[in-house]
Design a protein around this ligand. Structure first.
Ligand code: NAD
Length: 264
């Protein structure tokens, strides 16, 4: 089917989407289902997630991505998965930016642990949970949601930037392992790096701030179309920068200093 970016056929493929109750996860769950995938929508928002699942003829599973046991449970009950969209994420203070001081001096221990648990642990635990079945079946696709804040600085939320650079580093490193392992299964992992997108993560304060900078906010459907294209094009270890009005820019994992230059 055409998703506005190309054609991808996902019939007979089973997909899990984290953070699927809202925003980019919801829009992607809808497009995956339209492309023929059997979609398992997961979230901590049970009502919202179940509603999306019903809308697309998929199923819902409660999943806190920061809980490794919950991952094992969901994969054993609702898996195995051919496609994993590891997308759930938060900013340090929903509704950025913090206007009343330095973002690091304002950071509480709880807020720090929470964002690390969701944005980083969630991606690592998710990958660990879905990989064995993909390895057994010989193939799979994993897309992890990072951000443009994983490719460059984000002054208003440095810890968010830390987690998203972490997601990019994890994706690139795991891709390198796949590439370097001769009998590695055909599993492709890549990182989605959107700019500002019209979802609940952008509170009123942030919306004003972004508007004042003269920047555009993209619809989540645009970003979801790029996710389908990533699954279609399968560029190992790539980071897909998504910005309104321009073609996504695809960065490959290859380091700036080539293996030849490093003498290996
Ligand atoms: N909106 C943007 O401007 C933007 C830009 C770049 C990257 N992102 C990233 O996109 C991803 C999706 O965010 P969004 O913009 O759609 O926001 P959103 O708030 O609309 O959606 C996030 C979803 O994640 C769920 N969630 C939160 N904690 C969870 C947990 N512990 N376990 C499972 N689910 C949990 C929420 O219930 C919600 O449904 C995030 O990783 C975010 O960092 C967003």
């Amino acid at each position: 089917m055409s998703n506005g970016f190309g054609t991808v056929e996902l019939a007979e493929r089973r997909a899990i989407v984290t953070g699927g109750a809202s925003g980019i996860g919801k829009a992607t769950a809808i497009q995956l289902a339209r492309a023929g995938a059997e979609v398992v929508v997961t979230d901590i928002d049970e009502a919202g997630g179940a509603q999306v699942a019903e809308q697309i003829g998929g199923s819902f599973a409660m999943l806190d991505v920061s809980d490794p046991e919950a991952w094992d449970r969901v994969v054993s009950i609702a898996g195995p998965f051919d496609v994993a969209f590891l997308n759930a994420g938060i900013s340090t203070n929903q509704g950025l930016p913090a206007t009343d001081g330095n973002p690091i001096e304002l950071l509480t221990d709880d807020a720090y642990r929470r964002i690390m648990a969701i944005n980083l642990d969630g991606v690592v635990y998710g990958t660990r949970a879905v990989l064995p079945a993909m390895r057994e079946r010989g193939s799979g696709d994993i897309v992890a949601t990072a951000s443009m804040a994983g490719l460059g600085p984000i002054g208003m939320d440095p810890v968010y930037g830390l987690t998203k650079h972490g997601v990019v580093g994890f994706v690139r490193s795991l891709a390198a392992w796949f590439e370097q392992t001769p009998d590695a299964p055909d599993i492709c992992i890549s990182a989605l790096c959107p700019g500002f997108t019209d979802t609940n993560i952008i509170g009123d304060g942030a919306r004003e701030f972004i508007g004042a900078l003269g920047l555009e906010i993209m619809p989540a459907e645009h970003v979801a179309g790029v996710v389908l294209r990533m699954i279609d094009e399968r560029v190992q270890g790539s980071q897909w920068a998504v910005w309104p009005g321009i073609e996504p820019r695809v960065y490959e994992w290859n380091p700036a200093i080539t293996p030849e230059e490093r003498g290996v």
